[in-house]
Design a protein around this ligand. Sequence first.
Ligand code: MTE
Length: 319
Amino acid sequence: MDKRVPQLSYSEVTPKGVYTNRRNFLFGLAATGAAVSGWKSFSRWMSGPATGSVPAPLSGFTKWPDSTTEPITPEKDVTTYNNFYEFGTDKGDPSANAKNFRTTPWTVSIEGEVKKPLKLHMDDIMKLAPLEERIYRHRCVEAWSIVVPWIGYPFSNVIKLAEPTPKARYVAFESYYSMGQMPESVSAGIPFPYVEGLRMDEAMNPLALLCVGMYGETLPNQDGAPVRMVIPWKYGFKSAKSLVKIRFVKNEPPTTWSLATPNEYGFYANVNPHVDHPRWSQATERRLGNFFRRPTLMFNGYSDQVASMYTGMDLRKNF
Ligand code: MTE
């Protein structure tokens, strides 16, 4: 070590007042964090036993032959690391806060530019088409991903039932919203109810799944019980959870994340490793449960089934 260089400690180079203030600030920050999480656990503990719906075993579904053969993400990860802003914005909030969410009875209203407007009860939805278990890759815009055995059937079955008129060019999805059942939504910073949409050809694509279960059971509340969309070639936020309304419309419908932050989230939201999010790269992703990152695939690896829907479109502009 060079003796000519004076060996100064951090406290010697930083004026005492500054470093003690900084230390106090950091201590305050840690203490506030601990207090908030302590308060959350305390209020959850005080709220008593869960009163909401719980997953029930599903049977009678067949295995879809085109499932990915990649390892399935442990169920524990998929049910405790969620985005469901109605129940809070931390990844652990939905599993903790959706315990009292009641999903029976449940009705989905099908309306707009259709010959047959319908109100479907959950029993009707379960019987509308044969249930399949489909193992899809699912990529969140925040650059984490999961592989999940979803249970459901192509959304096109709902389209055929409702018989859209020629004016219907888009499908708008709306999630359930109740401030009473979802008090954490107040500080989420996005508008509710959560809304999403697809172009009609996207909604007709055989990969677009109306999903009622996963891992052999009906959906847990935090994953979008009792019925949600799963659109595997798009970022996860396109897959609206806990659906109550499906509306066939003429014009591109508003979507929650593009309303909240239009320069960051577009309508199409196709998984695309070549178009970065303004604040981070989309080139790689972390599979939950894995240590190393992996390259993200164009259309999340579903190009063969979906790329032709976007021929001629500039996917940098239509992100
Ligand atoms: N649907 C509703 N109603 N509210 C939400 O906050 N989050 C979206 C999507 N659907 C969200 C939603 C986002 S950002 C993602 S990544 C997926 O749900 C996450 O689904 P998962 O928690 O089952 O993995």
